[in-house]
Design a protein around this ligand. Sequence first.
Ligand SMILES: NC(=O)c1ccc[n+]([C@@H]2O[C@H](COP(=O)([O-])OP(=O)(O)OC[C@H]3O[C@@H](n4cnc5c(N)ncnc54)[C@H](OP(=O)(O)O)[C@@H]3O)[C@@H](O)[C@H]2O)c1
Length: 309
Amino acid sequence: MKEIFSCLIALITICIIINKWLNKKQNLQIKYNCSWVVVTGSTGGLGSALVQKLLRSNLNVIAVDYCADKLSQIPNNSQNKLVALQFDFGSDLSTFACKFDKFLLSNNIDRQSVGVCFSNAGIGEFNKFDATSFESKRQYMQINFNSHLAVSDYFTKLFLSRSHDKKHKSALIFTSSSAVYAPCPYFSLYHTSKTAVTSLAVALSTEYRKNIDILVVHPSGFAKSNFMYQQRMKPLYDFVVKTRNYGNKPLKQLTPDLIINRMLSRIGKLNCVLIGKGTKTNAIFQSIFGRNVTGYVWSCFKTLDKVFE
Ligand SMILES: NC(=O)c1ccc[n+]([C@@H]2O[C@H](COP(=O)([O-])OP(=O)(O)OC[C@H]3O[C@@H](n4cnc5c(N)ncnc54)[C@H](OP(=O)(O)O)[C@@H]3O)[C@@H](O)[C@H]2O)c1
């Protein structure tokens, strides 16, 4: 009995120590020897909070997004620099590298001073798979997955050159979603694109462990986001508004700040982070019961059918 008690105390102590270490704040500027950080999807809910947090932490920010008007309205109340690159991930992605290089040149930014990139842009899609055209699906996957591919193609090369020339480590952080663990009806493209983002991030982290810290975060639904207001989410948004659930119920348990704190404290320590009860429950369910049972259970989830009735 005494031994069991001692083991329990030791286990709890180890958990507390690991938890403290995981939550310890890190200074990205010092950790990655950089003065510039890139954020894609920088005018959205999570992206804009991230930009403000980074500016306050003594870093200069390159904000990437497709709406020039919104980019010009990002506030900067800090001493640090904020520059904006207008790029539409729905356009020809093969031009991203060239445009980013030109942008750095025209803003007198040394490539080697860019040490961290948050690949965060993303949109939702809630629709019947058979209700949209192939072109619509291709375009969606381009924005929600190929954009991350283009960004990681550019930044792994840049970050490897930093590692070889200056012996500096860099960081690449992806925003995925709890949807990876929830293959639910009508979200098939979102689930697929985010699963691909997660797989890419984890696979890259095994290839570049020594040179680049790679992290992928999986938040469940969070507040202060435009996600539900996007065009491709309209069927669900209309339904939720119709049934008066939206706005009345505090559906969102997470805030962008909590997600950002996880990103900034976990980078370099973990490769994959689950954030929120929804993500953790779905991930545990899938790992215990496997994809067959998970898929079957989600196929019985009939509430969402009402959206299209
Ligand atoms: N909200 C949630 O509950 C939730 C949960 C899990 C994961 N996520 C993920 O978190 C990330 C951030 O989403 P969010 O909630 O902050 O949503 P959001 O407010 O809609 O932000 C999405 C960002 O991506 C940008 N974007 C969209 N299409 C683009 C394009 N073609 N080219 C360039 N930029 C484009 C948006 O630009 P505009 O502002 O100009 O539209 C916006 O800045 C996304 O990857 C999302 O999938 C969200």
